[in-house]
Ligand binder design. Structure first.
Ligand code: HC1
Ligand code: SF4
Length: 562
């Protein structure tokens, strides 16, 4: 706590982690590539340099604020220094900007423009390192890497995976997967958080837009899309709207305009998941088996558990994720009709998540050569599709989902935020359903952005203990404590990305905690304004259980192929 003098103005600080944050509080946007408030401080890019009154320069991210301290952010010395660094990075960088995925949104490009860099005084270093396209989720181009280390730190510190590290020394330094292997051959869980923090085009989403167009242009295909909960509160950011703004009506209209025949809600399938998963949970509670029950809807988490805790895999719910449940149901629904009409149903998922691409490709989600889900595009790819099609998003008239798979309860929609699955399952199990106000109170401990949330609920006279984690490093530590008998829970919700799907690796970037909160708020607003609160009150889901799923329950569960 204290007061600093930034460029001659007094600025109070209270708990800011470093001088950089105090400078930002003063309304000055100091450039940086390697500083993220959620990650450890690396101080490598040195772009956030400031000068003190004695002429010393230092990286403001690496120094604590001190009471009475005076710093300057735009002296000739620091301006020159920043330009030098930028020119050096640019000389080392593949500057094929027109064909780059990040063009227009690249931090390096933005700073080059901001600092008026036209000529680069250093010799250009030609790099032609191989591009790693092995992953189903991301593409890594080391020629565009500026060695900020953000991807290395997020993968290690937030996800506890450590799939990436610095390799070699000096001018040959690169970021790579262990032993220079392809990323698909190491323990990467496809979460895409590395691409979410990458400031340039060095890590990008693996695009599948062309597959969408191919399906639409093929007259023999019945093209169906499902839209995940979290997409509707983030896509707007790509078109200048605020985080959390609900754009689902426009999303449906855009998909229809592009040429997709039917558009449905993944939250409908989340209602199915709630019903199946609560049933499974009650069965396990009764038998006292395989507790805690871990949620299964996050594919990054499932892969992480398979890699790190194979002995806990039986504790993961056998329910397919909503994405896969939806696919299994729609393919069954159209099986006969497709035969009669000589058509093939193609299901496109629109997801906030890069790991959903890998989930859809898993062999257990294919039956008799028919995949549950054929194509997965992320929120970012949807934005691109809309732009490619020339659709003026702002001018679209809103439309509603198609029926019968377009009606979801509020419980299904909040799946997209951390704590949402838990809230939905507990709501399903409660005999007396709470109203809005009681719900806000009852679930206050499961909402919000704390890394680990704990709560207990009275379900049929029994106390049920739940934990919610997001970010796999925290999940890793929690599981170790559960295994050591230091903590006990009946139900554990795990989401790989901090914040849950609203902050998935396929969402618009950059994102911070404030944006995550706004996106989550959007989903809770949809719950508040929805007519149906609890999944089992969704009449269309219930009639599906009575009808198509009556003898086909297994469609909703995972059957590992051995
Ligand atoms: Fe999610 Fe889910 S909530 S996993 O976060 O259970 O991706 O949005 O679609 O499948 O419904 C993601 C979101 C999403 C599934 C649901
Ligand atoms: Fe690490 Fe996730 Fe990136 Fe894989 S996708 S390298 S797990 S951050």
């Amino acid at each position: 706590k204290g007061t600093m003098i930034i460029d001659g103005r007094k600025i109070d600080f209270d708990g800011e982690k470093n001088i950089l944050e105090v400078v930002r509080k003063a309304g000055i946007s100091l450039p940086t590539f390697c500083y993220h408030s959620e990650l450890s401080i690396y101080g490598a890019c040195r772009m956030c340099m400031v000068e003190d009154k004695w002429g010393n320069t230092f990286a403001s991210c690496s120094q604590l604020p001190k009471d009475g301290m005076e710093v300057f952010t735009n002296t000739p010395k620091v301006q020159k220094y920043r330009k030098n660094i930028l020119e050096m990075i640019l000389a080392n960088h593949d500057r094929d900007c027109t064909a780059c995925d990040r063009t227009g949104k690249c931090q390096l490009q933005e700073l080059a423009v901001r600092f008026g860099i036209k000529d680069i005084r250093f010799d250009e270093i030609e790099k032609s390192l191989p591009i790693d396209k092995s992953s189903l989720s991301i593409v890594r181009n080391p020629n565009k890497c500026i060695l900020c280390g953000d991807c290395v730190r997020v993968c290690e510190e937030v996800q506890g995976v450590g799939a990436l590290s610095f390799a070699h020394r000096g001018s040959s330094m690169t970021v790579s997967a262990a032993f220079d292997r392809d990323i698909a051959e190491v323990n990467c869980i496809n979460c895409g958080q590395c691409r979410a923090v990458c400031p340039t085009g060095a890590i990008i989403i693996k695009k599948e837009n062309h597959k969408v167009w191919e399906a639409i242009h093929n007259k023999r295909k019945r093209v169906i899309a499902q839209v995940a909960p979290a997409v509707r509160v983030a896509l707007g950011e790509e078109f200048g709207l605020e985080p959390g703004e609900i754009t689902i009506g426009k999303i449906v209209a855009a998909l229809k305009t592009i040429g997709i025949h039917e558009v449905y809600d993944t939250a409908f399938a989340a209602d199915m998941t709630v019903i199946e998963e609560s049933k499974e949970f009650v069965e396990r509670l009764t038998k006292g088996e395989n507790l805690p029950l871990f949620t299964s809807c996050c594919p990054g988490w499932v892969k992480f558990a398979e890699n790190k805790f194979p002995d806990m895999v039986d504790n993961i719910s056998t329910c397919k994720s909503p994405q896969q449940m939806f696919g299994a149901v729609i393919k069954e629904y159209y099986k006969k009709i497709d035969k009669e009409e000589d058509k093939e149903t193609i299901l496109i998922s629109v997801m906030p998540c890069t790991a959903k691409k890998a989930e859809a490709a898993r062999e257990e989600f294919e039956y008799n050569g028919v995949k549950d889900v054929d194509i997965v595009i992320t929120t970012q790819e949807l934005a691109l599709l809309i732009k490619e099609a020339g659709i003026i998003f702002e001018q679209l008239e809103e439309e509603s989902f198609d029926m019968p798979f377009g009606l979801a309860s509020g419980s299904g929609i909040i799946f997209g935020a951390t704590g949402g699955v838990t809230e939905a399952v507990v709501t399903r199990l409660l005999k007396d359903k709470p109203d809005h106000f009681a719900k806000d109170l009852l679930f206050s401990d499961v909402r919000g952005m704390e890394n680990l949330k704990e709560a207990s609920f009275d379900v049929d006279g029994k106390e049920v203990k739940v934990a919610i984690v997001h970010g796999l490093k925290v999940a890793n530590d929690l599981i170790n404590q559960i295994k050591a008998g230091e903590r006990y829970y009946d139900f554990v919700e795990v989401m790989a990305c901090p914040g849950g799907c609203i902050a998935g690796g396929g969402q618009p970037v950059p994102m911070d905690t404030a944006m995550r909160k706004e996106r989550a708020k959007g989903l809770y607003k949809l719950d508040r304004t929805s007519h149906i609160k609890s999944s089992e009150k969704n009449p269309l889901v219930m009639s599906l259980f009575e009808d198509l799923l009556k003898d086909n329950h297994e469609l909703l569960h995972v059957h590992k192929k051995s």
